[in-house]
Design a protein around this ligand. Structure first.
Ligand code: TYD
Length: 140
């Protein structure tokens, strides 16, 4: 398995809930393996929608379903793929640069929080799968 696929991992965040309710903490460079430069969240996606469908040359991400559930499929461009279920507000998945990702199977109550290591730059997104394969192969 390639280097990039090995870096994909589920993260478990500290929980500080009490009788008043749940509290989950995510700190940059601590619980999240990078400095958080950007956060966005995805909700209201129908069950048959596939989002993502891109790789990133520079951005690392952590995805957390703070409500509801979804799945993410990760491909390394060399024939390896893995599917992760995001179904707990206190777990996330870390995605390194240069992996292809599809987010899908959104529950109707899904709120998918995404933390990113970069400010938005459309030029670092690879939205064409063949181009992704090409760049993976030229790097190895
Ligand atoms: P897109 O990358 O397609 O979303 P997803 O990764 O969830 O499939 O983004 C949808 C639109 O929003 C697209 O026009 C780019 C814009 N956008 C920003 O302006 N800033 C951002 O940080 C993100 C993630 C998207």
């Amino acid at each position: 398995m390639t280097h990039n696929m090995n870096k994909v991992q589920m993260l478990e965040f500290p929980q500080r809930g009490d009788e008043r309710g749940h509290l989950v903490i995510v700190e940059g460079n601590k619980d999240i393996p990078f400095e958080i430069k950007r956060a966005f969240y995805i909700y209201g996606s129908d069950a048959d929608v596939v989002r993502g469908q891109h790789a990133n040359r520079k951005s690392e991400f952590v995805l957390i379903n703070v409500a509801g559930t979804s799945k993410v499929k990760v491909k390394d461009g060399e024939g390896n793929e893995a599917i992760y279920c995001l179904n707990r507000p206190h777990t996330g998945i870390y995605l390194p640069t240069m992996v292809w990702k599809d987010m899908y199977d959104f529950s109707s109550d899904s709120v998918l929080l995404v933390l990113a290591s970069t400010h938005y730059d459309p030029d670092e997104y690879i939205r064409d799968y063949d181009e992704f394969i090409k760049e993976i192969h030229s790097a190895t």
